[in-house]
Design a protein around this ligand. Sequence first.
Ligand code: 5CA
Ligand code: ZN
Length: 409
Amino acid sequence: MHAWPASEVPALPGKGRDLQIHDTSTQGKVTLSPGPVARIYVCGITPYDATHMGHAATYNAFDLVQRVWLDTKRQVHYVQNVTDVDDPLLERALRDGHDWTELAERETALFREDMTALRMLPPQHYIGAVEAIPGIVPLVERLRDAGAAYELDGDTYFSVESDPHFGGVSHLDAEAMRLLSAERGGDPERPGKKNPLDPMLWMAARPGEPSWDGASLGRGRPGWHIECVAIALDHLGMGFDIQGGGSDLAFPHHEMGASHAQALTGEFPMAKAYVHAGMVGLNGAKMSKSKGNLVFVSALRRSGVDPAAIRLALLSHHYRSDWEWTDQVLADAVARLERWRAAVSRPDGIAADALVEEVREALADDLDAPAALAAVDRWADAQIATGGSDESAPGLVSRTVDALLGVAL
Ligand code: 5CA
Ligand code: ZN
């Protein structure tokens, strides 16, 4: 699949610092020091509805990761998937009488537009589940042949007991795992499984559903976790720097994915850090396609909201916190954008070299975007109040805000 166009990232004077980031698996901050090419996998959308503020906030967090790494003069190898075949997509298409491929294509196209408008840097590899199937089948066969997977009435399940590190991403107890598994696509109640938590790797063809040639597995379609593992291993290999997504992916998705990859390769860990963004809510509940309490990026854009203001609204919350989308959040962002634009529009200004370092420091410390915004606010307020004599300052601030925060002033 094609991704979306990249906006230019201005080069800043000097060099940023290495990223320290909270890793769910070690339950603390880790300092990542990738080689010349940093490697990141971010779980993509299931394209059955438009991009909402929760999605946008999560992708914003991982866009900041890229920007911090680029500022350390590294290259970034970024991979993202599109879950373009899965239960929720098929269910929505059936409910609305749409063709599931058309639904997926339409919503993926809209996602690309939203990401472009928000200046999110694109992945180098943007891969759909359907196009990954030829790579998924042999992985499932290998797991089965190694005794890490088994068949149940034609379906193939992964055995969580085959990975000695299972549980090490999310650190949940058995009961919490069982509840979340039932809530998030698993089937802990199905009789005959070795362990109720075992997730499906390959689902045998069901009447009325799309299916693909699965070689010795029979016709069917892939499970959700193996999709991301196949794509990540194919394009990044083991031991990549970050696997990212919202906190609702820690279990079962990232836990199971890590176990699949570790059982397949005998190596540990799949990712050096598992990074999770908080959940954005609306009216007291997590914003979610299934609940329908949504604010769409595309709807705001259509109503004339500047995408830079949407981006500032996302940046005004720490990526790890859960927060609520409100009209006030957006109004504050619109006002901030106006203030910053007025500040960089003065012909001269207050020297900004220290500001560049403050923004760098804030982001390198677990992506503290609110601290970065506060630093720019201080500069902008002083600039509007008094101005200064440094002719290069407004341009430098503008480039800093663009390069590190993805906001075009
Ligand atoms: N296709 C899978 C990942 S492989 C999936 O979870 N798709 S999704 O469309 O449901 O979500 C895409 C991303 O947005 C995931 O990282 C998810 O954790 C994140 N996300 C979903 N809802 C919210 C929310 N309310 N707040 C923050 N992030 C969210
Ligand atoms: Zn995923």
